[in-house]
Design a protein around this ligand. Sequence first.
Ligand code: G6P
Length: 614
Amino acid sequence: MCGIIGYIGRREAAPLLLNGLKRLEYRGYDSAGMAVLNGSMKMLKKKGSVSNLEELLNVSGTVMLGATVGIAHTRWATHGDPSDRNAHPHMNVSDDIALIHNGIIENYSTLKQELMAEGYEFESDTDSEVLVHLIDRIWKNDLALGLEGSVRHALRHVDGAYGICVVSSREPDKIVVARKGSPLVIGLGDGEFFIASDAAPIVEHTNKVVYLSDGEMAVVTRDNYTVKTIENVEQQKRVTELDFSLEKIEKGGFEHFMLKEIFEQPEVMRDVMRGRVRVEEGLVQLGGIHDYLDRLKQAKRIVICACGTSWHAGLIGEYLIEEFARIPVEVDYASEFRYRNPIVSADDVVIVISQSGETADTLAALRLAKEKGAMVMGICNVVGSTIPRETLCGMYTHAGPEVGVASTKAFTAQVIVLFMLAMALSKGRTISHEEIRLNLRELADVPDKVARILEQNDAIKEIAVKLKDARNALYLGRGYNFPVALEGALKLKEISYIHAEGYPAAEMKHGPIALIDEDMPVIVIATRDNTYAKILSNIEEVRSRKGRVIAIASEGDREIERLTKDVIYIPQASAAVLPLLTVIPLQLLSYHVATLRGCNVDRPRNLAKSVTVE
Ligand code: G6P
């Protein structure tokens, strides 16, 4: 996701900041920029890679000479397309305050309206820009507040997540930073300080760092730093010594991007719901489709088109929308849809799902659906990619950049978006307000439950040892867990090259049962829901043919231990949110099997992250 680097000291800031941005490139981004102070504020920003910004610096960087304080940013778009003007830093009208921001300001549109009513003009479509104008307004109204006080007051008006760095030519010898939900770390050098969103750009300068906690602010000068809470209470911070390699830091301390992305899921899930779900009020607010919701509710049919993992998310979407919103849903492989002359009309809504927003088959399906007059909606992760540009409306998943080729966090983010959509489509039509509230409660509880599953990583690795020499594997699930069985099998084959198939458990008797013997591990998702008893019978059938069973079961289920020793428990939850939980152990299982087999999990052979050709 977005990256932050700030510097205050005695050296030239611009080259240090540029170097820091290069260290942050691994996080994924779409534009970059920096602001420095040398008497007055100087800012440069550019869409595209850090090298674009570097070129700009080579041409016009002399204006930045002599600056020993500055802030810089790599942006990953959430609000507003990737473009020069949406890149950070953002400045106030008098160009004397500059701000960079990671996170999402949930109430930005209310704040923006207020500020515009007072005459503030906005130059970007970002949520972040409201912050700089807000600080400006507060400071103008009470000059005694200074930069620090104005930032503190401004943050009191803000809902959402942020990691921010602010500089001002009115107080040129300091950087004010604050964090809530988006990490910030201060690197302690000799007569100089670094501020960054993670240690990657800091580690080459110093190994002494202070991690800010949520709700804390810091004022950093050349000789000192002070940390206080946003309520202005001074904090004593522990200095941590880094003993990581740069490579490890880039992966958040994990061995591979895939593992990092699996572990990011609780946080990502909260980000997906941020500003969209209000549990107690039973409210789902989906800005990107708000104006089209009535048309969506009136659809005669919804057709979901996608490829790969996104297609599996689509299948879960089918179950959710049909169960709650009672609108008929069909799920098609985009590659099939585009060539089979499908029946699609203006009464249909076609939803395309794509992490990258660039998959060739999905794009072709979207264009065909449009040609046939259907309303087309997108669910994508990459802001400003082709698919969201060509759909009438849609929702971003806000999962942040996914580097591992095998999709993990983007999948769970897609499922959450589909869950929210199902609730929005049901509201006032098919289920009661109370049912919506209960469903949203279940959804909001998912991130904590996922965190609990992740704690079992070591136990899952032990089970992976037993699976690593298999040549085939069968995954079984029913109901909401059937698409998870497909996704579990796909994850295993993608990264470990073990042949794996997913099946609805009851279909086992129509074919796969013929394959079962002592060499066929069977991974069964056997959570406590309305098909539990039937799944237990499937497990018995596998056992009686000497098949080895690995079960994913609900916490508290002792019965399952009678049937297999290899059980991974997940917390109790309602059936509709189960896929968000049951998929986690399957992701980890595939990851460990693949690494135990020595496979390159982040770049599996023959696969591409984004398939832009047929
Ligand atoms: C490739 C990737 C998969 C992904 C699929 C669809 O096969 O390796 O991880 O699920 O494309 O990609 P999309 O970006 O459209 O979701």
